[in-house]
Write a protein that binds this ligand. Structure first.
Ligand SMILES: Nc1ncnc2c1ncn2[C@@H]1O[C@H](COP(=O)(O)OP(=O)(O)OP(=O)(O)O)[C@@H](O)[C@H]1O
Length: 187
């Protein structure tokens, strides 16, 4: 993948039982080699599908392990070298955000991005003194909740930290050995 600072990949989940029972038609197809996603207009098969291009496109056969290795691994590697990194999953309800981020513990290939990133970070920093900070936020209908807080239902106020938001602040505080990883979970 090209080295832009923001990368966007798309993942398409398989139909669920309800969708199959309703005989729903799949209107999304992907060309993973080209990172392209095609969406057909239901009931208008003669119209050309709408086409979108991403930094990566993952279809129903792709595992979270593949996604992690191609998308998250380089970012987490950067974090262990002192760069900040954010991975967030965005999509409508039921589209597969938790499946991708938290995953299925019993199926190795479908363990989520978050446990994989933790394992990756802690393997890298073992026997070394590191500060690891993590936040886990959910943004839902313009409201932000701290999923690691005591009350995960409480809405958080959005403020800018004048020290943390300035690069000088980080450097001036000598936090070169910090590992700062933020996972946001968007609904
Ligand atoms: N790639 C996938 N392969 C197989 N099943 C999937 C996949 N993605 C999602 N699912 C299944 O689809 C359902 C909805 O997924 P999930 O709960 O992750 O959605 P969500 O986007 O987090 O929803 P919400 O916003 O409501 O929390 C779950 O049963 C999940 O197991």
């Amino acid at each position: 993948m090209a080295s832009e600072s923001v990368k966007v990949v798309v993942r398409c989940r398989p139909m669920n039982d309800r969708e199959r029972a309703l005989n729903c038609k799949a209107v999304v197809s992907l060309d993973s080699d080209r990172g392209q996603c095609f969406i057909e207009k239901p009931g208008a098969a003669e119209e050309p599908p709408k086409q979108f291009t991403f930094d990566g496109a993952y279809c129903t056969q792709h595992t979270t392990e593949q996604m992690y290795n191609e998308v998250a691994y380089p970012l987490v590697e950067g974090v262990t070298e002192g760069y900040n990194g954010t991975i967030f999953a965005y999509g409508q309800t039921g589209s597969g955000k938790s499946f991708t981020m938290q995953g299925v513990a019993e199926l190795a290939a479908y363990r989520g991005v978050i446990p994989r990133a933790f394992e990756h970070i802690f393997e890298t920093i073992q026997n070394t003194k590191f500060l690891v900070r993590t936040s886990y936020l959910e943004i839902y209908n313009e409201e932000i909740r701290d999923l690691l807080g005591n009350d995960t239902k409480q809405n958080m106020e959005v403020r800018v930290d004048p020290i943390c938001s300035s690069e000088e602040g980080w450097a001036g505080k000598g936090l070169l050995t910090s590992v700062v990883q933020t996972f946001s979970h968007l609904s």
